[in-house]
Design a binder for this molecule. Structure first.
Ligand code: SAH
Length: 347
């Protein structure tokens, strides 16, 4: 059954028109879902009984099932949700001084196979629907409602490759961005990709206000081929060409993510290559402490090592930040919680 959360605002209006109802009914339903945040058609008190029955017959409004919610000392919350088909997905809430940021899962498992990542331990089973991504935000928001807080930022950096699920991800972004609903600012929504060059070009052409982040992690093809298989399909030259195209028609700053892997990508040579690669771009490099995944054997750069690499980049004129660690006490690395859960289920 189709989920009511799959409709963006315009599609909701079209859906009610198709039923022969007035257009404003679309707005009403959208507001019930995303402003008043009810979890059933029954609770939509200004919708007639006949309409409610018809909506119930055609669409599901059932909330995601919360399997668990771990809360770390720094306030980070890690949710494990169960989808209709029994798959499980992780969603993380991070508390920053500038707001509350939710990290959303875009696929069940992931096929990109990055060698350092826990998500790839479980291959992709399917794409998430737009509604399933919307519901991750909605469930976290409902918890925040208890303290009068709101989700202000979204990063699509959970399990999955968002550009391998392009249409649903963009539809999701539009739904949560709409000012008649959750109204999360486009400039506060970040799509992160491991570097699917054709989709970067497609995204560039759409000229949205959503942010684009690239998981770079290695500044030369040799190392990138080793740790990110996607680089064999779209090597750095192709990726950078696509980004140049993006930059030529979008007046937005790019984010480059760079996890620090000890002895791998934190060398002097890497710093210089990274500086070379980013020259001429309006970019910000986000240095990320690696959350160790036992199965993979890579090592985290310690705080001191991270500062040294940061200083090197700054001296080379690369603008960068060193990301703070979140939720270190609760399996917050991508895919860790789900991998554990799925393993325990199969035991
Ligand atoms: N597929 C997308 C989004 C999901 S991964 C992408 O590649 O960007 C989100 C980010 O977390 C990526 O930068 C990814 O490389 C990084 N990441 C994966 N595993 C990690 C780990 N164990 N520690 C720190 N960052 C990790």
């Amino acid at each position: 059954m189709k989920s009511i959360y799959d409709f963006n605002y315009e599609q909701m209006e079209q859906m009610v028109l198709d039923k022969g109802w007035k257009k404003y009914r679309g707005n009403q339903i959208f507001q019930w879902l995303y402003r008043k945040r009810v979890s059933s058609f029954e609770d939509m008190s200004d919708i007639s009984l006949v309409m409610k029955e018809e909506l119930e017959k055609d669409f599901s409004a059932k909330p995601l099932k919360k399997l668990s919610c771990q809360i770390a000392q720094d306030g980070t919350r890690k949710y494990l949700f169960e989808l209709e088909d029994g798959s499980s997905v992780e969603t993380v809430l991070m508390i920053y001084n500038y707001g509350k940021c939710v990290c959303v899962t875009s696929q069940v498992g992931c096929n990109m196979g990055c060698k350092f990542c826990a998500s790839g331990l479980l291959k992709k089973q399917r794409d998430l629907t737009s509604g399933e991504m919307v519901q991750q935000i909605l469930e976290v928001q409902k918890d925040l409602d208890e303290t009068g807080d709101r989700v202000s930022h979204i990063v699509i950096m959970g399990t999955g490759e968002p550009f391998d699920n392009y249409d649903n991800v963009l539809n999701f972004c539009r739904t949560v961005n709409h000012d008649r609903g959750l109204g999360i600012g486009a400039r506060h929504i970040t799509i992160s990709t491991c570097g699917l060059a054709p989709q970067i070009r497609r995204f560039a052409d759409e000229q949205t206000q959503f942010n684009l982040a690239i998981s770079l992690h290695a500044p030369n093809d040799e190392l990138r081929n080793e740790i990110m298989p996607i680089n064999k399909a779209y090597p750095l030259s192709e990726l950078m060409d696509a980004l140049r195209y993006y930059a030529s028609i979008n007046n937005r700053r790019l984010g480059f993510e760079y996890i620090l892997l000890k002895g791998k990508n934190d060398t002097d040579a890497c710093a210089k290559q990274l500086a070379q690669l980013t020259r001429g771009f309006d970019v910000f490099v986000n240095l990320i402490p690696y959350n160790q995944v036992d199965e993979h054997g890579f090592q985290t750069v310690d705080d001191k090592g991270a500062m040294i690499f940061y200083d090197k980049l700054m001296k080379l004129g690369v603008r960068c930040t060193l990301r703070q660690k979140h939720g270190v006490d609760i399996d917050a690395a991508c895919g860790q919680l789900r991998a554990k859960y799925e393993r325990s289920k199969s035991k």
